[in-house]
Design a protein. Structure first.
Length: 157
């Protein structure tokens, strides 16, 4: 029988810090995944709907959604098509770039997203407050914001 690896980073180098962050994220995501599906919304669909909810008018280019979620462009395209079929989003051609698609959350999508968000937010709060103090959460947000600033841009809402 093997001993599980320690949950805390062994050292203070970049690889140790990354490994600690990654393992914590895996643990939390596994707990969060137990909530889904919520209604008819899967965790990956929630991620796409959440991303749309942060854009003005709940509308974004398909490539901007892809840049914000942890799915490949073909996977996001297929998921958006399924969401269109269920009436949760609409998809059309970008009037400024005929090669791009524009995706908008419908009122039904807003309704289902909000219903899922209530339960999902409750679970997030339970997980975070069980492990972290308010000061810890502030520090975590500060540190991850530094990492995020080096990644793809955020929507301007």
């Amino acid at each position: 029988m093997t001993t599980p690896p320690p949950s805390a980073a062994r050292g203070s180098g970049p690889v140790d810090a990354w490994e600690s962050l990654f393992r914590a994220q895996v643990h939390v995501m596994r707990e969060l995944a137990q909530d889904f599906p919520i209604g008819s919304v899967t965790l990956s669909e929630y991620d796409v709907l959440f991303t749309l909810s942060r854009y003005p008018g709940r509308t974004a280019r398909l490539r901007d959604i892809t840049g914000q979620v942890f799915l490949s462009q073909p996977s996001v395209s297929r998921m958006v098509d399924r969401l269109v079929g269920r009436g949760l989003v609409s998809k059309g051609q970008d009037p400024h770039d005929g090669r791009s698609a524009i995706v908008t959350m419908t009122e039904q999508g807003v309704h289902e997203f909000r219903a899922a968000a209530v339960k999902h937010s409750r679970t997030i709060s339970e997980i975070m407050t069980a492990a972290l103090t308010p000061d810890d959460m502030s520090e975590l947000a500060r540190i991850t914001a530094k990492l995020h600033r080096n990644g793809p841009g955020e929507p301007t809402a």
